[in-house]
Design a protein around this ligand. Structure first.
Ligand code: ADP
Ligand code: MG
Length: 297
């Protein structure tokens, strides 16, 4: 009773990534809409992604996994990498797509909804000893009601020991924290979970500025320029016009010394993501999703 690719009708392309394509699709029998993530032959990140999504099946703000589709009928039990994953369809798409479709930066209110829900997702993942290692706007998905879920665990890792070093260059260099570029300079102070907090800080600053915030707008993000900016530059910050809460929140995420960076638990207590405003902030994000949809038409 394994799922097969032929169980799904592909309707359109939702996104391209590292070697794979994500389709909007429909399960033929149940008519359930899904996002069908197809992997290139032998892509080992497929198995890792499936493993983490199963582990995090009850985690809030993590995209749901509906089915794992093996590459051959025999492959399922034979340790073969899956050919595809059927994921919960997030109708608002990714935050990078939303930014592009809106054609302008996002305000603090919807960004607070992103920050709060991404933090809740990270808290659940970290409690399972899962580090994402590739948090960025294209890996954060939005629902029509302004729900935010973390996706794309192709670079994720389940830590077996508490301080398993995971400084390897997986993920996107652009969102990598200083200690991941140069773990030796930070030894003794290495906290793999803190790297996800840095990436979240870069991502939400990108939503506010409307472009990748660590390099001047339009500069090609080549590896050397990025390493220079991340390791030797000042941490970027929101402009003076931003609220004190937002500026402080970003500064707590983009603390260059991992040991001084705020933890996920600390950030969840930060006034920028205060619980009393959560519903209103989510509403503001839902309004942006609706606006982007209208523009598409
Ligand atoms: P990759 O590992 O190739 O980066 P992702 O899982 O990040 O793959 O998916 C690539 C893109 O496809 C995302 O940035 C997003 O635009 C779209 N996408 C992925 N999963 C979904 C989903 N569940 N619902 C809606 N869009 C999705
Ligand atoms: Mg991705």
């Amino acid at each position: 009773s394994d799922a097969r690719l032929s169980d799904y009708e592909r309707l359109s392309v939702l996104g391209h990534g590292n070697g794979g394509t994500v389709y909007k699709a429909r399960h033929r029998r149940s008519a359930q809409p899904v996002a069908l993530k197809l992997f290139a032959d032998g892509d080992t990140s497929a198995a890792r992604e499936a493993e983490i999504l199963m582990l995090a099946a009850d985690a809030p703000h993590v995209v749901r996994l509906h089915a794992v589709i093996p590459s051959s009928a025999a492959g399922a039990g034979a340790g073969e990498a899956p050919a595809a994953l059927a994921l919960e369809l997030m109708p608002g798409g990714s935050l990078s797509g939303l930014l592009r479709r809106l054609g302008r930066p996002m305000g603090e209110r919807p960004i607070a909804a992103v920050a709060r829900q991404a933090l809740l997702g990270l808290a659940a993942l970290h409690a399972l000893r899962v580090v994402h290692r590739d948090l960025k706007p294209s890996n954060l998905l939005v629902g029509a009601g302004g729900e935010v879920k973390i996706a794309d665990f192709g670079a994720g890792k389940v830590l077996r020991r508490r301080l398993d070093p995971c400084a390897s260059y997986v993920g996107t260099a652009a969102y990598m924290s200083p200690e991941r570029f140069d773990p030796e300079a930070y030894s003794g102070d290495y906290d793999p979970y803190a790297a996800d907090v840095w990436s979240l800080g870069v991502a939400i600053l990108e939503l506010y500025r409307g472009h990748f915030p660590l390099l001047p707008e339009g500069q090609r993000p080549d590896w050397a320029a990025l390493m220079c900016a991340i390791c030797f530059g000042e941490a970027p910050e929101p402009p003076a016009a931003a609220s004190e809460e937002f500026r402080d929140f970003v500064a707590r995420c983009l603390e260059k010394k991992a040991g001084r960076r705020a933890s996920v638990a600390e950030l969840l207590e930060h006034p920028f993501v205060a619980e009393r405003d959560a519903a209103g902030a989510q509403h503001a994000l839902a309004a942006l999703v609706a606006e982007a949809e209208q523009r598409d038409q």
